[in-house]
Ligand binder design. Structure first.
Ligand code: IPM
Ligand code: MN
Length: 360
């Protein structure tokens, strides 16, 4: 197979974790006899520091031409007070829209060996395995009108969802559920918001096409509580853009570390793959960030954008193997616990296992 992958390292720990994912992709290419052309482009704060807009034209064009895009993170405190046009995050929102990737898949499960790793009691989290299906190109992130009043005494955003937008993301959730445990939890705030009432109505209609999938509706506040108290309840969690953003960080805490979570943004051409964690400025450049979120995102890229299922399985097995063997980055080690591995040592442990993996 020949494929072109656009790498967008971005800000903070982005370059470290995409570097790790790149090494894994090269190991996959060697092991399975593929040719991957990897090109690197500026985005976010990195682009702003270079005197360019957050999403430079050549970056956008490279992403549109590539078979898939792998992004590290965007976000830089140097630009925290900027207007939208001068903020790193704007680049990511624009890129998602340009690529048309309306479906954001965020799998979160407790890896064997990490049951005791997080802040939650292991008997509650052991076996938790969910897929958050987050709508990614609509809702309050994109709704118009938006703005700040000229006197800066008020500001406003618009939460808006159309029927087709809800229907297509619900389809993704129900289809995913048929390949999992057949249970969809749809998240909304229908007791307060009109967008949520329409959401509930359309999701229920789509559900009628999937008689083998069970559907429940939950308000986002009680869903957040249940995610912390009984995460094993969930199979597929279907949500709008804002609620999915919040719940997926919470899911990171439940499975032991946000640094473990990958994501795939699909629905358009190719796809955009990125760890769920952000740029984490305080730990950037110290080689302590967990690269697993980015490496697992590369596995999702192989599976969803390149149709390379066995290769994706090999990468996920390599991650599991490294964790089972006791490899732990700092985020996975309790205070006073074992000395953690650096991010690059963790990446190396995974690369070696990919290189040694049996053919799929
Ligand atoms: C995420 C991030 C982004 C989002 C930011 C960086 C724009 O938090 O991917 O979860 O809110 O979607
Ligand atoms: Mn987020």
């Amino acid at each position: 197979m020949q494929a072109t992958i656009a790498l967008l390292p971005g800000d903070g720990i982005g370059p470290e974790v995409t570097g790790a994912a790149e090494r894994v992709l090269r190991a996959v290419a060697d092991r399975f006899g593929h040719t991957f052309t990897l090109t690197s482009h500026l985005i976010g704060g990195a682009a702003l520091h270079a005197g360019q807009p957050p999403l430079p034209d050549d970056t956008r064009e490279a992403c549109q031409a590539a078979d898939a895009v792998l992004l590290g993170a965007v976000g830089d405190p140097a630009f925290d007070t900027g207007t939208s046009e001068r903020r790193p995050e704007t680049a990511l929102l624009e890129l998602r829209q340009v690529l048309g990737v309306f479906a954001n898949l965020r799998p979160a499960r407790v890896w064997p060996g990490l049951e005791d790793g997080g802040a939650f009691k292991s008997e509650f989290v052991t076996g938790a395995d969910m897929l958050i299906v987050r709508e990614l190109t609509g809702g309050i992130y994109y709704g118009e009108p938006r703005g700040v009043a000229a006197d800066r005494q008020s500001a406003f955003n618009t939460m808006r969802y159309s029927r087709p937008e809800i229907e297509r993301i619900a389809e993704v959730a129900f289809r995913s559920a048929t390949e999992r445990r057949g249970f969809v939890t749809s998240v909304d705030k229908a007791n307060v918001l009109e967008t949520s009432r329409l959401w509930r109505e359309v999701v229920s209609e789509v559900s009628a096409r999937y008689p083998d999938v069970k559907l429940e509706h939950q308000y986002v506040d009680s869903c957040a509580l249940l995610l912390a108290t009984n995460p094993k309840h969930f199979d597929v969690v279907l949500s709008g853009n804002l609620f999915g953003d919040i719940l997926s960080d919470e899911a990171g805490a439940v499975v032991g570390s946000l640094g473990l979570l990958p994501s795939a943004s699909i629905g358009g051409r190719g796809g955009l793959f990125e760890p769920v964690h952000g740029s984490a400025p305080p730990i950037a450049g110290r080689d302590i960030a967990n690269p697993i979120g980015a490496i697992a995102s590369a596995a999702m890229l192989l599976r969803h954008a390149l149709g390379a299922g066995p290769e994706a399985d090999a990468v996920e097995r390599a991650i599991g193997g490294a964790l089972t063997a006791g490899c732990r980055t700092a985020d996975l080690v309790a205070d006073g616990g074992a000395t953690p591995l650096s991010g690059s040592a963790m990446a190396q442990a995974i690369v070696e296992r990919v290189a040694d993996s049996a053919a799929g």
